[in-house]
Design a protein around this ligand. Structure first.
Ligand code: TRH
Length: 428
């Protein structure tokens, strides 16, 4: 009988129970604003704290239907359920704090969602004051390191909240990365069988030939996509486009002249072949990044996963009022493109900006002719649209940089580990 299947001795059972008694309890509150990033980050963090740090995690989520898209095991009708060792509570009204008011050792409010008032007042009365963290949105801007872990005393209660800032550089909270992620990617990349099985189950066919460029496209609605689809159609080499069903699907349907472009759709025009993909369970999304030569990503969590995939990517940042997102886009470029030669760096910045609807500014920053058009810009590409030829000629450089950047990013440490470490220092 394998060792792991032998019945536990009483001594082992006692040890396990003692260990269970000392587990850190953590409540994580997540309000879904829109899309999948809020719950995507929280679900990933919750699992990591439970699986890698042995914490007893309760995850409060106000939208179980959004959650179910990336966690199909979830039953949206259940008020309380346990999935993968995490207790999930449907946070069905702002004052709801679970069926039983029990306050955890560590309380995390994600993205400044407001905790139930009864919960906060019970936190203040708890014999051992809980560690209270506000997990912020990711930004690559420099100020983040200064504000990371700043305390903020509560105006009425003897409680202190700390701001936990994810970031791309040292001194920040880092970004989420599971301990086994690199090994899982390496195993997938080594196994031709695993990749062939992925292509078969996802597209119904074998992997494309080596001369094709495989591109995944996870994006919000984006007027720049039309010009890009046309350039891919006219590309001298084959382009295979993989499109998870969602907000960009309508543009694909219009381009191919079909009613919809959802899961299992397939269409071809010129050099471009496109497949519509079903939205997968969250772990499945990584494999899509690993089979692609270039990944278009968006928001926060897919942006991070693309970096760990160590492949070139294009980021569609979550748009904010008054273009407040543009300095964040530039800050990320500053980190990511830091070591690139000027021509590659400029091409990357031009393409990212054009993809984010800011092509005019990107063009103004680089060398322009009197006509406002770069002299080396591809003919037939509308001014300020993403210029595929201009970008694609640097892909080998971007590929090398992607691997180096993943190593650099790892220096900031994994967010889950950083958060657990900090919480433990506060619990002492
Ligand atoms: O969905 P996003 O755009 O999310 C957000 C939200 O808009 C949020 O309000 C905003 O503040 C934040 O971005 C910055 O993009 P994101 O963050 O990449 O989240 C997508 C999640 O969906 C991510 O965890 C990966 C997952 N996913 C799957 O699980 N399966 C899939 O097939 C795909 C394509 C994605």
């Amino acid at each position: 009988m394998p060792y792991s299947q032998r019945p536990a001795t009483r001594h082992q059972r006692d040890a396990a129970q003692r260990a269970a008694g000392s587990r850190i309890a953590c409540d994580l509150f997540c309000a879904v604003i829109d899309n999948f990033g809020d719950i995507g980050v929280c679900w990933r963090l919750a699992r990591q704290l439970a699986h890698e740090h042995g914490w007893e995690v309760r995850l409060f989520v106000d939208d179980l239907h959004a959650f179910r898209k990336l966690c199909p095991a979830l039953d949206p009708e259940q008020v309380t359920q346990t999935v993968e060792g995490v207790v999930i509570e449907h946070w069905h009204e702002p004052e709801h704090a679970g069926e039983m008011l029990k306050i955890a050792d560590v309380v995390i409010e994600a993205f400044a969602c407001e905790l139930p008032g009864v919960y906060v007042s019970a936190m203040a009365q708890r014999e051992r004051t809980p560690v209270w963290l506000n997990l912020e949105y990711l930004s690559a801007e420099d100020w983040v390191a200064d504000f990371h872990l700043r305390p903020s005393p509560h105006p009425r209660y003897p409680l202190v909240k700390h701001f936990f800032f994810p970031g791309l550089g040292p001194g920040t909270g880092g970004v989420l990365k599971e301990r086994d992620l690199d090994a899982a990617r390496a195993a997938f990349e080594r196994s031709a069988d695993a990749r062939a099985a992925w292509w078969q189950s996802t597209t119904g066919g074998p992997p494309p030939g080596a001369n094709a460029t495989v591109i995944s496209l996870f994006a919000y609605e984006n007027p720049a996509v039309d010009a890009l689809l046309e350039q891919w159609r006219d590309s001298p080499t084959p382009i295979v486009l993989l499109v998870p069903q969602g907000r960009i699907s309508g543009a694909l349907a219009r381009f191919f002249g079909v009613a919809s472009f959802d899961a299992h759709a397939r269409a071809e025009r010129g050099s471009l072949r496109a497949h519509g993909l079903a939205f997968t369970e969250q772990r499945g999304y990584d494999a899509l990044l690993w089979v692609s030569d270039l990944n278009f990503v968006r928001g926060e969590d897919s942006f991070v996963r693309a970096q760990w995939a160590a492949r070139p990517f294009v980021w569609q940042i979550y748009p904010q009022a008054d273009d407040a997102h543009l300095p964040k886009l530039d800050a990320a470029l500053e980190h990511y493109a830091r070591t690139l030669d000027k021509a590659s760096r400029d091409a990357l910045a031009r393409f990212w900006h054009a993809w984010n609807g800011n092509g005019a500014a990107a063009a103004a920053d680089s060398r322009e002719s009197a006509s406002g058009q770069r002299p080396d810009a591809s003919p037939h590409v509308p001014p300020h649209a993403p210029d595929w030829r201009d970008f694609a000629q640097h892909l080998p450089v971007f590929k090398a940089r992607a691997q180096a950047w993943a190593n650099e990013l790892a220096q900031a440490g994994d967010l889950g580990g950083n958060l657990a470490e900090f919480a433990k220092t506060q619990l002492k």
